[in-house]
Design a protein around this ligand. Structure first.
Ligand code: ZN
Length: 366
């Protein structure tokens, strides 16, 4: 059982220490003279696409690529106070000081949807609500997730599950999303190894589309679409990368990115809190293996996005399957795949590496 201790930062934000360090968090109060968080954001309904867009203009002031000795995610040491008051930690989660989403949804729209509906106004907005948290994977500034040992990764896993369960209980939260952007190429503003958690006040567009596909598949066949997809990959596909007892990792049949791997538990669960202990333990081993393969693909560590897809808080929990999607934006040494006209203008992806070839290459890197 991973230990969790909560403290409050000088401006009232919550911070959680996961693991054994520091021994006594109360010995390290936050002594910074911080003004209260001044964040406000708005969710606007895109009537044509049927999805929400968050407008959060205050984010322009956030810290951008500070020098190593100014890192806000390192422990507080030698008289320098960072976001983490203790001089040492295992894993830390805290509320983002520059959040995209914050506060409670004050609207009286029904939970579970919150869109204005076909009769609603053409231009519709509401306070965004929700919450954004930062997860520090290690106190070591130059580490990466791939360099963690399985025990340290297990503490991160415990933190993800804890936050997913707790944030889902906040009023107005419809979905919790844990993710990591890694590498300056992908727009990461702080090099210290960390991820983020967004508690959305709506069901994210990608999840919404997946759920609609699941519902129509179930109506047509009586079966679960995720189960049938995983079964198809388990039954001798040429796209698998890793197989364990509890997980399977494969390049998806219709991969969008040159190197993209999806990691599914063999036994479908809706979200991280629902994962059993053996599956959690095996995930850490397989995920570390996978990240290290990604780092061996090119002559330097791969920039990547790692995205946990979880069931929404209220909708589609019987249909949705927890899984992780990992992809790099690098397509060859020194070459990035940019989301250009077709992808960003039309949402139409074209991939110039076959998923079967990418899977074979990733298998060989073991
Ligand atoms: Zn740091």
């Amino acid at each position: 059982m991973v230990r969790r201790r909560a403290v409050t930062l000088a401006d009232g934000r919550a911070l959680f220490y996961f693991g054994d360090l520091p021994e006594r968090p109360s010995d390290y109060p936050d002594r910074r003279p911080l003004p209260a968080v001044d964040a406000w954001s708005e969710a606007r309904w895109d009537r044509l696409r049927g999805e929400w867009v968050v407008i959060a203009s205050h984010r322009q002031q956030r810290t951008f690529q500070p020098s190593d000795d100014q890192c806000p995610l390192c422990p507080s040491r030698d008289g320098r106070n960072t976001e983490i008051p203790a001089p040492e930690y295992d894993v830390v989660v805290f509320e983002n000081r520059f959040p995209t989403l914050r506060g409670q949804d004050a609207s009286d729209l029904p939970a579970g949807d919150r869109s204005p509906g076909p009769q609603g106004p053409v231009l519709f907005s509401r306070p965004a609500g929700g919450r954004c948290e930062v997860v520090c994977f290690s106190q070591r500034h130059h580490a990466s997730f791939a360099e963690l040992n399985p025990a340290q990764a297990a503490i991160v896993m415990a933190a993800w599950a804890d936050r997913s369960a707790e944030l889902a209980r906040l009023p107005g939260v419809e979905q919790v999303y844990c993710f990591e952007n890694r590498g300056a190429d992908i727009g990461v503003t702080l090099p210290h190894p960390h991820g983020q958690i967004y508690a959305y006040p709506y069901v994210a567009p990608v999840t919404d589309r997946m759920l609609r596909s699941c519902v129509s598949y179930r109506r047509a066949t009586g079966r679960n679409l995720f189960d049938d997809l995983v079964q198809a990959e388990l039954a001798g596909s040429t796209r698998f990368v890793l197989r364990g007892t509890h997980w399977i990792a494969f390049v998806p049949f219709a991969a969008r990115w040159p190197y993209e791997v999806h990691l599914y538990p063999v036994q479908r669960v809706p979200d991280l809190p629902a994962l059993g202990a053996p599956a959690r333990a095996e995930f850490c081993e397989l995920y570390l293996d996978l990240l290290r393969r990604f780092d061996r693909l090119f002559d330097r560590p791969a920039p990547y996005v790692s995205a946990w897809h979880q069931a929404p808080v209220r909708r589609g929990r019987a249909d949705f399957a927890l899984h992780l999607e990992l992809f790099t934006i690098r397509r060859a040494s020194g070459k990035l795949k940019y989301l250009a006209g077709s992808e960003s203008g039309m949402g139409a992806f074209a991939n110039d590496i076959s998923p079967e070839a990418a899977a074979e290459q990733l298998r060989r890197l073991g």
